[in-house]
Design a protein around this ligand. Structure first.
Ligand code: DAH
Length: 338
């Protein structure tokens, strides 16, 4: 070995690394030069047999060779890595995006939100209550005495002696009033449960929107005005309405509100059973006994309350003819509400 062969090898290394363009080729380079049995080590081995006077110069040149080989290898490796990342990160902006299905609100939630927003715009706050209730809130405080026949109106799911699934949202009235003094102006949306035979027209769970206003000098005229405004905003300004006398234990006097059928515009059709009218809610002036149950003074305050079912109205609005479809969560139905 002489100095020329070392310099020649350095040249070879430099030209070899130029031809490397992949990780595989770089590995070939490494195997050729840098491993224990590679060219670099072999040359160091041969140094032992070189003439002693040549060794310092040769040794220095070999160190240079070794450093060059390692350095060129490292640089190439970094370069290859960077170009791999670069190609991975390159975005092809011309590829069309993937369409993701967009979720939507359930039609019942949509109707409930729309109704709630109308009342919010008239100054009502929103309150929620538990779906598992007790006898006091669901019945007793609402003026259903223990043996009152009105309790038969409700087909109640009892969970045990005291706990039950609320049969209406009216117990939230009790909770709101027991929580704060008057004035009250709240709407209370939520799920309610009744042990009814399941059919196209009725289900064991549905939704109600309850309303309550309590203050000094609240009148039945305000109740009518508020509900008429609601009906016009929700069903359209041409809607007609009528209040019929009715009975609820927790209101006196009580009424039910009918609106002109929004499908046939009052002419009479299958949906309104040829009457031209649809019943949408119960309402009335809060019974003094309810005020007593929550600790309000019935001599000082008056109030009105109302409660409406959401699901049947949603069915009519969207032209769905079986209430069970609302709860099956079949995307073929839900997709139509995007
Ligand atoms: N809670 C009644 C029901 O489930 C609906 C109702 C009627 C609520 C009159 C009221 C009301 O607040 O005043 O059938």
């Amino acid at each position: 070995m002489n100095i020329n062969s070392v310099l020649e090898t350095i040249q070879n290394i430099k030209s070899d690394i130029q031809t490397v363009s992949s990780h595989e080729e770089l590995e070939q380079f490494r195997l050729k030069y840098l491993v224990r049995k590679g060219i670099v080590q072999q040359m160091f081995e041969r140094l032992k047999t070189a003439a002693p006077e040549d060794r310092p110069v040769l040794g220095k040149a070999l160190n240079e060779l070794s450093r060059t080989a390692q350095q060129l290898f490292d640089e190439k490796k970094r370069e290859l890595e960077q170009s791999r990342h670069a190609s991975k990160d390159t975005l092809d902006l011309t590829i069309p995006g993937r369409r993701r299905p967009v979720g939507t609100k359930h039609p019942v939630t949509q109707a409930l939100d729309d109704m709630t927003n109308i009342f919010k715009s008239m100054g009502f706050a929103v309150a929620l209550g538990p779906e598992i209730e007790d006898d006091f809130h669901n019945f007793e405080a609402l003026n259903f005495p223990p043996d009152h026949p009105a309790r038969d109106m409700q087909d109640t799911f009892f969970l045990d002696k005291t706990a039950l699934l609320r049969t209406h949202t009216s117990p939230v009235q009790i909770r709101v009033m027991m929580n704060q003094p008057p004035p009250i102006r709240h709407v209370m949306p939520g799920r309610v449960y009744r042990n009814e035979a399941i059919s196209a027209r009725s289900y064991c769970m549905f939704h109600q929107l309850e309303g309550l206003a309590v203050d000094e000098h609240i009148t039945f005229a305000e109740l009518k005005g508020t509900l008429a405004t609601f009906a016009k905003r929700f069903f359209g300004s041409s809607v007609k309405y009528v209040f019929r006398p009715s009975f609820f234990p927790f209101t006196e006097p009580s009424a039910e509100m009918d609106i002109s059928c929004f499908l046939c515009k009052g002419k009479g059709c299958r949906v309104c059973k040829q009457t031209g009218w649809l019943e949408i809610l119960g309402c009335g002036m809060v019974d003094p006994n309810v005020f007593k149950a929550v600790g309000y003074d019935p001599e000082k305050v008056t109030g009105y309350a109302f409660g409406m079912g959401i699901d049947r109205t949603a069915l009519l609005l969207y032209g769905i003819d079986d209430i069970r479809m609302l709860y099956e969560n079949d995307v073929r139905l839900l997709n139509q509400f995007t």
